[in-house]
Design a protein around this ligand. Structure first.
Ligand SMILES: *Cc1c(COP(=O)(O)O)cnc(C)c1O
Length: 334
């Protein structure tokens, strides 16, 4: 395949192969690679009728030494198993998950972008319910699919800030609802708010659905804030446990920050020197402003990414690209 890596946008590029495995009669079949990107799916499949769908997102990086590194895929496997449980689906065993990721990589080796382009190979594991069922209830057949896709750098120019708008009119997920799982339903329910924010060139800050008092998520990313010597991130039953956030917390402790996960009131933004969204796609997306239009308040963090978050951003990227020691064994070298 002939790909101009430098002009690769942050969008989907069709891979040559995807990997699939079905679950029938209580058993997973062996994963297999196929060029066919279409499913022969019954119109009454539970994924279509009742939203039995969960997904994941992880990346492979071409390191400075030319080797390919897959970042913390076992964590994604564990999280997908939790999402499956949350939606009453058969969990994908960790070894099957790993096999499918490795197969998707090996079948699409020419899609791994070269080092230095900032582009990566993204994997989108997907789990759907396929049992035809119009009567309300979960299915008993499932399909696990891994879609690899090279994506361009999140920051094609320089590392920069985004503005977030506080949203109080759409709740993405209820406390103890599906917000703690990586499921498509959370995305569909938040599009109304995120697209409205995008129209204004901003992103959307979700508050807790019960009281609209505490910070929940930054669009589809976790929130992190720096307050003095403290790394703050919200504790909530409605947010997704981000693997990027978990990694950054470890690195934050390493540079002497105190890491605290607790409920964070929106007004506490006023005491923070830096704030950001974090996730696989961006690693860290620093925030320059959070605008609360309803209350007429703007929280500002400066127009350039702050020093602490910039340091953490580079520390994690250096591990992913093999430029720094991988002390925690986060990367699997292929
Ligand atoms: C995927 C996702 C994140 C980020 O998780 P990572 O494992 O860091 O990629 C955060 N919030 C939501 C809602 C997500 O779907």
């Amino acid at each position: 395949m002939n790909i101009d890596w430098s002009s690769l946008g942050f969008h989907y590029t069709e891979p040559e192969y995807i990997v699939r495995a079905g679950y029938h009669d209580g058993k997973w079949e062996e994963p297999y690679a196929t060029k066919d990107k279409y499913l022969h799916l019954h119109v009454s499949a539970t994924c279509l009728q009742y939203g039995q769908e969960a997904f994941e997102g992880l990346k492979a990086f071409r390191g400075i030494d030319g080797k390919i590194r897959i970042f913390r895929w076992r964590e994604n496997a564990k999280r997908m198993a939790k999402s499956a449980e949350g939606l009453f689906m058969a969990p994908v065993p960790e070894e099957l998950f790993g096999k499918a990721i490795h197969m998707a990589l090996e079948k699409n080796l020419d899609l791994v972008p070269p080092y230095g382009t900032g582009a990566t190979l993204y994997f989108r594991p997907l789990l759907i319910g396929t049992t035809p069922r119009l009567g309300v209830g979960p299915g008993k057949d499932f399909e696990f699919i891994v879609i690899p896709s090279p994506i361009g750098p999140y920051y094609p120019g320089k590392f920069h800030c985004t503005t977030f708008i506080v949203n109080r009119y759409v709740d993405r997920a209820a406390p103890y609802g599906t917000g703690q799982f990586k499921v498509g339903g959370n995305y569909a329910s938040s599009f109304r708010a995120t697209e409205a924010a995008h129209m204004m060139g901003c992103d959307c800050l979700f508050l807790d659905a019960k009281q609209h008092k505490f910070i929940d998520e930054c669009s589809a990313a976790n929130f992190i804030g720096i307050k003095g010597n403290e790394y703050l991130t919200p504790k909530s039953s409605a947010i997704l446990p981000s693997i990027t956030n978990d990694s950054l917390m470890t690195l934050a402790r390493e540079i002497g920050l105190k890491v605290t996960r607790r409920k964070i009131r929106l007004e506490e933004l006023a005491d923070m020197s830096e704030a950001a969204a974090c996730g696989t796609a961006c690693v860290i997306s620093p925030i320059n402003k959070v605008v609360d239009t309803e209350k007429g308040v703007t929280y500002s963090f400066g127009d350039e990414p702050g020093p602490v978050l910039t340091k953490l951003y580079h520390a994690l990227k250096d591990i992913q690209y093999g430029r720094a020691e991988d002390k925690y064994g986060w990367c699997e070298i292929i």
